[in-house]
Ligand binder design. Structure first.
Ligand SMILES: C[S@@+](CC[C@H](N)C(=O)[O-])C[C@H]1O[C@@H](n2cnc3c(N)ncnc32)[C@H](O)[C@@H]1O
Length: 223
């Protein structure tokens, strides 16, 4: 898996979504929306599958400590270059552990689940939930444009699943959730050269091949 997120893919990611510090482009927009779900008082936040750090510029001042976790050394290298003041760790979402029961008020993951096969996604979700502090929240994006799996020529998996299936998965993996919120859905259209959202830039639509629709979920944990 990690070999897919190599130097070439980092370059491509920047080409498609831009420098995160500019806060422009579709990935920044999605991260901005996700950041709005972060509760005001968040002493510690863990960003799982942080990539090159598109979420960071959208964090509000109530987030005291940010840690970006990713399994790709190349994505992390770029993230550290952009955001040297932040903490990054090279770990796998399915297996990472923090010693002495360290947990986070928010564990968040944007645009990672789209690339994970179902079994891996379930393991990651379970592990992430275990690192949410009591009273904290798990926030994540799942791609919900029907049920489909595409394997790109690069080997990258693009997985959409129905909102019903996601709900079932959350109920199975997180039976002790206090409450689950679902937020707006977007459809992403992609060509070889660009990605556009229908809602933000309907006039720029250059392809009618939808690849994904992201739904943002926030699952709260009991105190
Ligand atoms: C599409 S990028 C999203 C990056 C970032 N969250 C954003 O919104 O721009 C997906 C990221 O997930 C990471 N990833 C994929 N599988 C992972 C896993 N099992 N554990 C940790 N990170 C993973 C990849 O290395 C990549 O950086």
């Amino acid at each position: 898996m990690s070999t897919l997120w190599d130097k070439e893919r980092v370059k491509r990611y920047i080409r498609l979504y831009g420098d995160p510090r500019d806060k422009k482009g579709t990935q920044s927009q999605l991260c901005k929306d996700a950041a709005e779900l972060i509760p005001h008082r968040t002493p510690m936040l863990l960003d799982v599958g942080c990539g090159i750090g598109h979420l960071i510029p959208h964090l509000h001042e109530g987030v005291n400590s940010y840690t970006g976790l990713d399994l790709s050394p190349e994505m992390l290298k770029q993230a550290k270059e952009y955001f040297p003041e932040h903490n990054f760790v090279e770990k796998d979402a399915t297996t990472f552990k923090y010693p002495n029961g360290v947990s986070f008020e928010v564990v968040i993951s944007i645009s990672m689940f789209i690339h994970l096969p179902e079994g891996i996604a379930r393991l990651a979700l379970k592990n992430m939930w275990e690192h949410v502090a009591p009273g904290g929240s798990l926030i994540f994006g799942m791609e919900t444009l029907g049920n489909s799996v595409q394997i790109r020529p690069s080997g990258l998996l693009i997985r959409n699943q129905s909102p019903e299936k996601v709900k079932k998965m959350i109920a199975e993996i997180i039976p002790d959730a206090l409450m689950t919120y679902e937020f707006h859905q977007r459809v992403v259209y992609q060509t070889t050269s660009d990605v556009v959202f229908t809602r933000e830039s309907p006039n720029k639509l250059i392809s009618h091949a939808p690849v994904a629709r992201t739904t943002l979920y926030k699952v709260d944990k009991k105190l």
